[in-house]
Design a protein around this ligand. Structure first.
Ligand SMILES: [Zn+2]
Length: 238
């Protein structure tokens, strides 16, 4: 699953609230800028292992995700090795959905107001006041916002996918590839196992496998090395 600026702009029309169920900060920072631009609250939720964090972002009131990055321990980097226990997910989603009820039901005074962080295994629960972390010069929520994550140049184009030894690469702008043509081109190289259908082309090269989608997105399996993945992408897709 992948979402970019264009998809979010379409999805956000008529929406009162965004709920985060993503697994990377690239997408969350994009959601954050989109929420601020459209003055829509959004509810962050993240977990790894037995650890979870949730926070309700209110445009014009609370600090935004951009303000909090680098300060708040979101713990999102290690799901590769730590895995996750479902109870942590249940805890985060119970809090997220209750906050959603309060917002959508018209009870803003009952919102938690604090960032909730817990570790079910270590029996730690803290609600942290983060209001003073709001930055007046924040490029996303400050007095002169530029929404940097909505612009092409700031958009991260690679993600190392959690636990899958795979790098995802997506083009800065939406493109449309002729998959039949690409499959022919790969087959002509004489390397391994070209398979394709109307959604994707899959192709092996050495210990790597490239899966290319019609919108230009690609999954490079067999590596976590972004530079290596990029070079394979560029070598075979230009
Ligand atoms: Zn901010």
């Amino acid at each position: 699953l992948d979402v970019g600026v264009e998809e979010l702009e379409e999805l956000i029309q008529g929406v009162d609230l965004m709920m985060d169920a993503t697994d990377n900060f690239d997408t969350r920072l994009l959601m954050n800028d989109m929420a601020l631009k459209h003055h829509i609250p959004w509810i962050y939720g993240g977990c790894v292992g037995s650890y979870g964090v949730t926070y309700t972002f209110l445009p014009g009131q609370t600090p935004c995700l951009h303000c909090l990055m680098g300060t708040v321990p979101f713990g999102g980097e290690t799901c590769d090795t730590a895995g996750i226990i479902p109870q942590a997910v249940q805890m985060v989603t119970a809090n997220q959905t209750t906050e959603a009820f309060k917002l959508l039901g018209g009870y803003p005074e009952d919102l938690r107001g604090k960032l909730l962080s817990f570790d079910l295994w270590k029996n730690e629960y803290v609600a942290i006041a983060v209001d003073r972390l709001k930055k007046s010069n924040c490029p996303s929520c400050g007095s002169q916002p530029t929404y940097p994550y909505l612009s092409t140049s700031h958009r991260q184009k690679t993600d190392v996918l959690c636990g899958r030894d795979t790098v995802q690469i997506r083009p800065a702008n939406r493109i449309y590839l002729n998959l039949a043509e690409i499959a022919d081109r790969f087959a002509a190289l004489g390397e391994g196992n070209v398979e394709w259908n109307s959604y994707l082309v899959s192709f092996s090269v050495g210990e790597h496998r490239l899966v290319v989608f019609a919108d230009g997105r690609a999954l490079i399996h067999g590596t976590k090395d972004v530079a290596k993945a990029r070079s394979l992408y560029h070598r075979y897709l230009g």
